[in-house]
Design a protein around this ligand. Structure first.
Ligand SMILES: [Zn+2]
Length: 190
């Protein structure tokens, strides 16, 4: 299982590289990578285990963040607090491979708290405008293609992870002069 020491930090050139496309079937190493990335997210979202292993809780982890420049990212977005209808089912959970955003809304959304990243140790305040809704196409670990529509928080998380595969970090999107200025009509998500 990955620990914080395995997570590449801002300044490591792997985080600024364009990740390579993944071929199927996955190699044993790639299968383990997928499993271990998802495992990190699961363990980090368990308050006791998170504390025990001294992890930072995360909802997404991209392969470059563990030093592998390949187009793979684990995403685990837990149900919203107080949503009894979810039955504890995550809003989105999968390892997305070779993901492509095939369409996106003109409407922007941003998190009121800004974004964080396991690879960025310092807090970078400011709004990160993202598309509120996206249509995402990706392959899963079996090479099966999925095309799904996501909105709000899960859409933001996937855009953050896909950025990692293109060598981008969340703060690249923050307005340098006016960090708390978002495009007009941006939906603020808390
Ligand atoms: Zn990140």
């Amino acid at each position: 299982m990955y620990l914080m020491k395995d997570i590449t930090r801002d300044g490591n050139p792997v985080l600024r590289k364009r990740a390579a496309k993944v071929e199927f079937p996955l190699s044993k190493e790639e299968q383990d990578l997928a499993k271990n990335m998802m495992k990190y997210l699961e363990v980090s979202q368990d308050p006791e285990l998170c504390e025990k292993y001294k992890l930072r809780a995360g909802v997404g982890l991209a392969a470059p963040q563990v030093g592998v420049s390949k187009q793979m990212a684990a995403v685990l977005v837990p149900p919203l607090e107080g949503d009894d209808k979810s039955d504890g089912k995550p809003l989105f959970k999968d390892v997305i491979i070779n993901p492509v955003i095939v369409s996106e809304s003109v409407q922007y959304a941003a998190l009121t708290e800004g974004e964080g990243c396991l690879s960025v140790d310092k807090d970078v305040p400011g709004y990160v405008p993202r598309h509120d809704r996206i249509t995402l196409r990706y392959q899963d670990v079996n090479g099966e293609t999925h095309q799904i529509r996501l909105k709000n928080y899960p859409a933001i998380v996937c855009q953050h992870e896909i950025d990692h595969l293109h060598g981008m970090l969340f703060y690249d999107h923050i307005n340098k002069e006016h960090p708390f200025e978002a495009p007009e009509d941006t939906i603020m998500i808390s």
